[in-house]
Each structure stands twice: as structure tokens, then as C-alpha cells.
Design a protein around this ligand. Structure first.
Ligand SMILES: [Zn+2]
Length: 83
């Protein structure tokens, strides 16, 4: 069967989606616990199966992106090497 529509994404649309925003209020980075000032750039990562999200500073998000890349590379590796 041929799938319809756009392929689902591990990081997009709903579960786990991230977006870069300007903080509407003062927030705390979920990872490094540093303060995110109102109107500064930060990242909201949706928590799957909830309406909540985690907020990270942009410094931490660089590491989060990096880790996500590694996780995806591991998946690709397993897909091609697992028998
Ligand atoms: Zn941080």
C-alpha cells in the first residue's frame, strides 16, 4: 500500500515538536536552570500527550539538537545493520 500525505516526523507536528519563540514572560531553562528573560529567544519543546511544554535557553538547545542528531544517526545505523 502506498502511504498518503506527508510522512510523519519524529520531531514535527504535535508530539515532541519544538518551536523557537520569544519568551512572553520570564522563564527558567529546564536543563541549565538559568533565567530566560522576557522577550528573549528560547525554545519550547512540546511534551508528548500533554498540553505542556518544556522551555530551554538557546545555548542548551544547541546541545539538544546535537543529541537528537546522534539519536537519529543511531536509528539509521540500526536500521541498516540490524539483522
Ligand atoms: Zn539552558
Amino acid at each position: 500500500m502506498k502511504p498518503r500525505g506527508k510522512p510523519p516526523s519524529l520531531i514535527g507536528g504535535g508530539a515532541g515538536a519544538s518551536k523557537i519563540i520569544f519568551a512572553k514572560a520570564k522563564r527558567t531553562c529546564k536543563w541549565c536552570k538559568s533565567e530566560i528573560l522576557k522577550s528573549s529567544k528560547c525554545v519550547e519543546v512540546a511534551i508528548p500527550r500533554s498540553f505542556g511544554c518544556k522551555t530551554y535557553c538557546t545555548n542548551c538547545f544547541i546541545h539538544i539538537l546535537d543529541q537528537s542528531r546522534k539519536d537519529i544517526a543511531n536509528l539509521e545505523h540500526s536500521l541498516s545493520t540490524m539483522q
